[in-house]
Design a protein around this ligand. Structure first.
Ligand SMILES: *Cc1c(COP(=O)(O)O)cnc(C)c1O
Length: 425
């Protein structure tokens, strides 16, 4: 056995891993004369090399075919979003009719709440996790107020019961059962963005439904990170973005899941012409007839230039498949945890659960000694080409993305931390 704490060992892990890195398929930012160790795929994923060609195809088609581009060829714009349907369904464990790429995450969350948050005087409340991503909190609070209820009483924010901002399943169960009779909706994250904790989404859904509430999921940090089985888990809806682990570019067109049980149910929604069933959409009639499934929640004809990068991204995920990618992710993040445990425990404390079943690729790492120490380390890492991201007051998030991060990247992180510590901080 070579010493796990060596560049040679990290490189041999890369050379012998059952799933070779696909790093060469991505543009990796440079630092000095080397690739950056880029651990911020949880914020903005790297650009696949195939993206440019997909975008240029659309530009070419537009320049040569203009309006006829809507109707010509395999990648005609009329059905362009449908090219993403099957790979997206595979990615999230859904049936094809349950998923659609459209809008942005927060916009989709609002559209889903229009349909699946239907408060009554007896049942006005929404349960979310305390410390939720601000946009989610703004969205649910504004929906509650929009319906004439009061976020001060009807937005229930579950406080974490475990150190580091983590939740036990017992606390989630107790909260849903305690508030159950008042709950219209439980909105829960697949992976919590601050702590990196992942959840048993089937159980959360079951608990919500057992109380007569709807269940929605925010998968911004889960999609492309952990294996999902949205259809079987049974949530009513899910929303996510495509610019984090999905590598589809800043502000990329987002994703949305509506469970099959609502596919033909005529559930109320805010309608637009692109959600109209396609066979008669262009009769331009006055009455809205929804497309079956998630497609029926579309509003506008989609931004084709915005969707093009998602095609390139899904090609990458399809080439590997989530099961193999997740296995690699467990090895990469496991190596990161091992190096921290064995060499850096005096400097760093991992906040994210140790149990791999309760996390994705991200480790949220608290820097011992407080904010000033944390900022100093963060700046030191960045100056040495190791990029994580910073969460106040003292946490650095490091997210080894299994499509393009390597064991060598992980080693470089640990080595840079050690150099900083040994230099007296
Ligand atoms: C990234 C993220 C968002 C971002 O919302 P946009 O509408 O895409 O700007 C929202 N919620 C969560 C939980 C996120 O992680």
């Amino acid at each position: 056995m070579t010493n796990p704490y060596s560049l040679d060992h990290a490189r041999s892990l890369d050379a012998t891993d059952p799933l070779p890195t696909r790093r060469a398929e991505f543009h990796v930012p440079r630092h000095d004369d080397a690739d950056q160790a880029y651990f911020v795929g949880n914020s903005l994923g790297l650009q696949p090399r195939g993206t440019r060609a997909q975008v240029e195809d659309v530009l070419d088609k537009w320049s040569m075919e203009a309006v006829e581009g809507h109707f010509r060829g395999h990648s005609q714009w009329l059905s362009y979003h449908g090219l993403m349907r099957e790979p997206l369904a595979r990615l999230v464990g859904a049936k094809p009719l349950e998923v659609v790429a459209m809008n942005s995450l927060t916009a989709n969350l609002h559209l889903m709440m229009v349909s699946f948050y239907r408060p009554t005087a007896e049942r006005p409340a929404i349960l979310i996790e305390a410390g939720a991503f601000p946009s989610d909190r703004y969205a649910v609070a504004s929906q509650i107020a929009f319906h004439g209820f009061d976020p001060a009483t009807d937005l229930i924010e579950l406080e974490p019961d475990l150190p580091g901002g983590l939740f036990s399943m017992e606390a989630i169960t107790a909260a849903i059962e305690t508030h159950g009779h008042r709950l219209a909706l439980v909105l829960w994250p697949g992976v919590q963005y601050r702590t990196g904790q992942s959840f048993d989404l089937r159980e959360v859904t079951r608990l919500a439904h057992a109380q007569g509430a709807r269940c929605g999921l925010d998968l911004a940090h889960a999609v492309g990170n952990i294996e999902l089985s949205l259809h079987d888990d049974g949530a009513d809806f899910a929303v996510w973005c495509h610019y984090k682990y999905l590598n589809s570019g800043p502000g990329a067109v987002a994703g949305c899941f509506v469970h099959e049980r609502h596919a033909h149910s005529g559930v109320q929604r805010f309608a637009g012409w692109w959600g109209h069933e396609p066979a008669s959409r262009f009769r331009m009639g006055p009455d809205f007839v929804p497309s079956e499934g998630a497609d029926g929640w579309q509003l506008s004809n989609p931004p084709i230039l915005g969707l093009a990068p998602l095609r390139a991204s899904l090609d990458q995920f399809d080439a590997v498949g989530m099961p193999a990618l997740r296995q690699k992710s467990l090895r990469l993040t496991g190596y990161l945890q091992q190096l921290i445990d064995e060499r850096l425990a005096d400097t760093l404390e991992v906040v994210t659960p140790r149990d791999p079943a309760q996390r994705g690729c991200q480790l949220s790492i608290r820097v011992r000694g407080g904010r000033e120490q944390g900022r100093a380390l963060f700046d030191h890492l960045a100056a040495h080409g190791v990029l994580g991201d910073w969460r106040e007051p003292d946490v650095i998030r490091i997210s080894p993305a299994p499509l393009y991060n390597t064991f060598e990247d992980v080693f470089r992180f640990a080595h840079a931390v050690e150099a900083w510590r040994d230099a007296g901080r």
